[in-house]
Design a protein around this ligand. Structure first.
Ligand code: MV4
Length: 499
């Protein structure tokens, strides 16, 4: 039995909502918190919340939040004995995980070696295949010979998908419809992968045209125990960015959930995994499931899992990093109720989800039973362009999926944001859509059902109301300038979240 080392002071190498979320749990555990920040984040909420804060450079993340040396320096100066990377930035950088350890600090996450295995899709496939985890029919070694690859493709059957081993988030994928296109597409895929990732290794898989994205939260300790904390349905995505997530998935039967959960635990064991991780599966229309990849970090959507399990995943991460054993076994875990998350991004769904920047002129959170908001901004703050557009996560929890959807509709209508366009209105569209309500949807939801005109129409009606209200409340001479200012910016920035 190895002993545990208490974390007494934790540096959070991140910003925004996740930095705050991590520090809150640390504080509850009696752990001192250290923030790092870029020059532009000087007054950010995570800086003010922390017990102390260190500037690590100019606004661009390559000069601040991605600077391993400066973050390690800040940890040493502050006397922190652990670093939590959050998500994004350095969270899945295996060299950073190793460096933290080499400097005598605790990394709140998995080992660098686990990240190395799972960071390469081919290495990951090879590792999990030995542990009885279903893979999409295809190759788990790089393909280089066109004729050999054509032979394999023929056996699998077209359409097939060429993927880059070093790719991620959908980068470096190519669908090949027939043998005539094969050589050309393979050559392109290799040169693209070489240019983008410095690694030209590609492999092929059967193309699943209408998959659902279902992922399992896993947790391992440093003593070899691994459990899963059930599934999340994340099929509502745009350009490989999730917009709505829920737990549990509305389509898994208890039997299938058990089978997929066991496969997820085996996949984690294949990488000798500890701390929080996510096993990503695709589920085919015939309910066959296949391992796609593993994310070796705490994910954005972890709160839906917290709601249905009653656990605080950050506290659990900290205890595991301290060397404690998992405090429960698989059969002590159960799903309670249903949780849904809508990502509130500073993006305009009526304009191709393009990032929208500006100042949060009004910012009022929804409240009430079963409503949780994880955010990192306040009214009056300017949203920086340099970072991820995620402003907040709106999470609801209720006894049933039906009640959770209704609660989300209400919470969105109570959420007041003006000054920047957000994805809230899109969230309401999803909550009310028949395909979502019935549970009968897949990763093509947005392309199949969403029309920007739907939200634009709402925005226009709301704009008319704002103009009408101004015309009534403002005296005649002054109203002309106020009205023209509003009319000059006819965007969903001005809308309430009509539901
Ligand atoms: C696939 C696939 C269909 N067939 N693999 C996209 C990101 C990366 N994690 C893997 N992805 C996919 N792999 C095979 N063999 C379809 C996707 C895919 C997808 C997967 C999950 C969620 C959304 C998606 C959107 C488009 C494509």
């Amino acid at each position: 039995m190895s002993e545990t080392i208490k974390i007494h002071k934790l540096l959070v190498a991140n910003r925004g909502e996740i930095a705050l979320r991590i520090m809150r749990s640390a504080k509850e555990m009696g752990i001192q918190t250290v923030a790092v920040y870029s020059e532009i984040d000087r007054n950010a909420m995570h800086v003010r919340f922390a017990d102390e804060a260190h500037c690590i450079g100019p606004a661009p993340s390559s000069e601040s939040y991605l600077r391993m040396d400066k973050i390690i320096d800040a940890a040493k100066k502050s006397g922190a004995n652990a670093i939590h990377p959050g998500y994004g930035f350095l969270s899945e950088n295996e060299d950073f995980a190793d460096l933290v350890k080499e400097n005598g600090l605790i990394f709140v996450g998995p080992s660098g070696d686990s990240m190395r295995t799972m960071g390469s899709k081919l290495a990951a496939k090879e590792a999990v295949a030995k542990f009885n985890v279903p893979l999409v029919p295809g190759t788990s070694t790089p393909i280089t010979n066109v004729d050999e690859a054509k032979g394999i493709a023929k056996k699998i059957g077209y359409p097939i998908l060429i993927k880059a081993s070093a790719g991620g988030g959908g980068k470096g994928m190519r669908v090949v419809e027939n043998e005539a296109e094969f050589q050309n597409q393979m050559e392109r895929a290799i040169s693209e992968a070489t240019a983008s990732f410095g690694d030209g290794a590609v492999f092929i898989e059967k193309y699943i045209a209408k998959p659902r994205h279902i992922e399992f939260q896993v947790f391992g300790d440093q003593h070899g125990n691994v459990v899963h904390l059930f599934d999340r349905e994340c099929s509502i995505q745009r350009r490989h960015q999730k917009v709505v997530e829920e737990a549990p998935s509305p389509v898994l039967t208890p039997e299938l959930r058990k089978k997929m959960g066991e496969a997820a635990v085996n996949a984690a064991k294949a990488a000798k995994y500890y701390n929080a991780g996510t096993i990503e599966f695709i589920l085919d229309e015939d309910m066959s499931f296949y391992f796609l990849e593993m994310n070796t970090r705490l994910q954005v959507e972890h709160p839906v899992t917290e709601m249905i399990t009653g656990l605080d995943l950050v506290k659990l991460q900290i205890k595991i990093a301290e060397g404690e054993k998992l405090p429960f076994t698989q059969n002590q875990l159960a799903i309670h109720g249903h949780a849904i998350e809508v990502r509130v991004c500073a993006e305009d769904p009526t304009n191709n989800f393009l990032p929208d920047i500006g100042k949060l002129q009004t910012y009022r959170r929804p409240q009430g039973h079963g409503v949780r908001v994880d955010d990192g901004f306040e009214e009056g703050m300017t949203i920086p362009v340099q970072y991820d557009p995620l402003l907040a996560k709106l999470i609801v929890y209720a006894e049933t999926r039906e009640l959770a959807m209704d609660k989300m509709v209400r919470a969105i209508s109570d959420y007041e944001i003006t000054g920047v366009a957000t994805t809230l209105g899109f969230g309401a569209f999803v909550m009310k859509h028949e395909a979502f309500r019935s549970g009968n949807f897949n990763t093509r939801f947005i392309e199949n059902y969403f029309k920007p005109e739907y939200l634009q129409q709402q925005a226009d009606e709301d704009l008319e109301k704002v103009v009408a209200a101004l015309a009534v409340t403002v005296s005649a001479p002054a109203s002309s300038s106020a009205t023209s200012q509003v009319v000059a910016r006819p965007s969903s920035k001005w809308k309430k979240n009509r539901v």
